[in-house]
Design a binder for this molecule. Structure first.
Ligand code: NCD
Length: 311
């Protein structure tokens, strides 16, 4: 790794060409990987060092895909998964945990943590790059990139596309990163969800809002359903789940209003029967598992670019 740090904490200072380089490398990696299987021999040779993957909040897709991406790029992942069995249980702080792991000389960090950790400040204290793998409600840049890669595969250009977020927008770090990425790739963003969830002072001026799902789906080229982030709600009486399902849950019947060549995304984990029905996987517009597949390639491409000092 070069000595200059090229961390990925947000997409704020990203250029379109940087995003396109990541996309084109990710798609090339995908293409190469498609020719590889269990019996086709060595994928790559060469061990490049260790990477510390520290997940202080739960994760399945993001953590496994970073593990896979590290290993495909030649880095051995050292994993902290939620902290059970570590000295966090004895009261050691997250910051101190990170500094102790840094002393073991990983070549970069991948960190998921809650809002109370000041991730940008922590990053300045570390000598190696940090990738944000989901920071409280603040951002989840690699998820926005993998979503956009999945759309890019279909359209090769996202300028002017209408991206609709449905549901718990207020608590979604995925939306926060999409707001940043939308200014780079010039796609339009709109929200549709319960009043409490779509009103976020941060974003009000930047997005269109729909009160009715039918109208919103008619507008959208991409519909992204979001998980109800119960763990981030102040109280659980903010809305009634049955009303939510009736008004915002994606059923085959409601999806009649979505364009035929549109895409349906969900960052996962999915609460089936709430945000979307199980039958969503039969809808040919759904690319939910393709997002997961693409998550590994975009993360591998980020790691490879970062190791050239180019993220
Ligand atoms: C998201 C996350 O953790 O922010 N999921 C993910 O990383 N794939 C969304 C969520 O938790 O609802």
């Amino acid at each position: 790794m070069p000595t200059s740090k090229s961390s990925l904490l947000s997409l704020q200072n990203f250029s379109k060409s940087k995003v396109e380089t990541l996309f084109s490398e990710a798609l090339q990696l995908k293409n190469n990987f498609n020719k590889f299987n269990l019996t086709s021999g060595v994928y790559h040779s060469g061990y490049r060092g260790t990477a510390a993957l520290l997940f202080f909040e739960p994760s399945t897709r993001t953590r496994f895909s970073f593990e896979a991406a590290c290993s495909r790029a030649g880095f051995h992942p050292l994993i902290l998964d939620g902290g059970v069995g570590t000295s966090l249980e004895k009261g050691e702080t997250i910051e101190d945990t990170v500094f102790n792991i840094e002393a073991m000389r990983p070549l970069f960090f991948v960190i998921r943590c809650h809002d109370q950790v000041n991730l940008p400040e922590l990053e300045t204290k570390l000598s190696v790059p940090v990738i944000n793998a989901g920071w409280g409600k603040q951002g989840h840049p690699t998820q926005a990139l993998l979503d956009a890669l999945t759309m890019f595969e279909k359209w090769q250009n996202l300028e002017g596309k209408n991206i609709l977020f449905i549901g718990d927008i207020k608590h979604s770090r995925v939306v926060a990163s999409h707001i940043e990425l939308s200014t780079v790739l010039k796609y339009n963003v709109a929200f549709c969800g319960p009043e409490d969830f779509v009103n976020s002072e941060q974003w009000n001026s930047k997005v269109k809002k729909f009160h009715h799902l039918k109208e919103a789906l008619q507008w959208a080229d991409v519909a992204i359903a979001l998980r109800l982030q119960k763990e981030r709600h102040d109280n659980d009486n903010m809305f009634l789940v049955d009303d939510y399902i009736e008004n915002y849950g994606l059923s085959a019947n409601k999806l009649r209003h979505l364009k035929e060549d549109a895409l349906i995304l969900h960052p996962g984990p999915v609460n089936y029967g709430i945000e979307v029905e199980m039958e969503i996987h039969q809808d040919k517009r759904s690319v939910i598992l393709k997002q997961v597949e693409n998550g590994v390639f975009i993360r591998e491409s980020i790691i490879r670019q970062m190791s050239k000092g180019e993220v």
